[in-house]
Design a protein around this ligand. Structure first.
Ligand code: AMP
Ligand code: TRP
Length: 335
């Protein structure tokens, strides 16, 4: 790894199929940044266990997500690509950071509040501690930049707070990371409820488009996407969230500015527009589907890549962890 380059860390949970939200909000930035940074791309499997998963399905999704990283254009030779659970330093630093975290700040996280509203008093402790594990992921690698979608901004702010708090208490140790949120595609909304985020763990598969959905499925999902009744294609997040979301997806896929899309579709109906959005998504994702099928035929290659990835990640992570042990006053060791 080059010393002059800055470092990137990011991850996705294997909690469902990778959606076009994940792709436009995160994976595409990773692909575009991989040549200019030392990158760590992690399948954050431990985060996915904060809600109950079926073990067989979880195992399948983990491998598929790793293959999807490669299919999206991430190069396992150039980047360090691995599973979070294969580098135990993540869990351990998470505990050490838990010891400097406050109940108040954790229970104020928007995502925790939303999830605990649904779960009531049986909300899992893992959901509360989730952002601490995310901070551990990032801080282990002296990360400069974290490319994520807009929904992760608050969690990233917490990582920055914990890094600064530790440095303050125990002397300078962690780099304080910066977010990288794309200008376009940072918050793709659900196709069935455009006031909430598109999520891969949604119960209704019509709410999201997976990057692996076949073209006819993609076209159908867009044809059914919730819009409104006035048949005008204009960007207006307040009053027309459905159409606004489709405009943003189209713009993120084609690179065309929103205003010129509005001009091009002036006077046309929603039917034509939805078809065009569907086609833009099919075209953007087709190369990913093709590569995914090829990669999944070579499980030995996938295993080799993630094993080497974990070995490389462990080297850096263990050095940081040893430093943290020392600073916090644990007995000296040469492990
Ligand atoms: P997750 O699906 O929660 O594991 O998220 C993985 C990455 O995708 C994170 O960087 C998220 O911010 C990003 N992401 C998830 N959903 C969306 C969405 N609907 N729009 C844009 N980015 C998203
Ligand atoms: N919490 C992130 C999400 O749900 C996933 C994640 C875990 C992550 N650790 C991370 C993202 C570290 C960036 C960096 O989207």
């Amino acid at each position: 790894m080059s010393d002059e380059k800055k470092t990137i860390f990011s991850g996705i949970q294997p909690s469902g199929c990778v959606t076009i939200g994940n792709y436009l909000g995160a994976l595409r930035s990773w692909k575009n940044l991989q040549d200019d940074y030392n990158c760590y791309f992690c399948v954050v499997d431990l985060h996915a266990l904060t809600v109950k998963q079926d073990p067989a399905e979880m195992r399948r999704r983990c491998i598929e997500l790793y293959a999807e990283y490669i299919a999206c254009g991430l190069d396992p030779e150039k980047n360090v690509m691995f599973f979070q659970s294969h580098v135990p330093a993540h869990s351990e630093l998470s505990w050490l950071l838990t010891c400097i975290s406050y109940m108040g700040e954790m229970s104020r996280m928007t995502q925790f509040k939303e999830k605990s509203k649904k779960a009531g008093s049986n909300v899992g402790l893992g959901l509360l501690c989730y952002p601490v594990l995310m901070a551990a992921d990032i801080l282990l690698y002296n990360t400069d930049l974290v490319p994520v979608g807009a929904d992760q901004k608050q969690h990233l702010e917490l990582s920055r707070t914990l890094a600064a708090r530790f440095n303050n208490a125990y002397s300078d140790t962690f780099k304080v990371p910066e977010p990288y949120i794309p200008a376009n595609g940072a918050r793709i909304m659900s196709l069935t409820d455009p006031t909430s985020k598109m999520s891969k763990s949604a119960e209704n598969p019509n709410a999201y488009v997976s990057i692996l959905d076949e073209p006819d499925v993609i076209m159908k999902k867009f044809a059914r996407a919730v819009t409104d009744s006035d048949n005008k294609i204009v960007h207006d997040a307040q009053n027309k969230p459905g159409v606004t979301n489709l405009l943003e997806i189209y713009s993120a896929c084609t690179g065309e500015p929103i205003s010129s899309i509005e001009d091009a579709f002036a006077g046309k109906g929603y039917g034509d527009f939805k078809k065009a959005v569907g086609e833009a998504v099919v075209e953007t994702t087709q190369p990913i589907r093709d590569r995914f099928k090829t990669i999944m035929q070579d499980k030995a290659y996938i295993e080799k890549c993630y094993t080497e990835g974990a070995q490389k990640a462990s080297c850096t992570a263990n050095k940081t962890l040893a430093k943290v042990h020392r600073k916090m006053g644990l007995a000296p060791h040469k492990l």
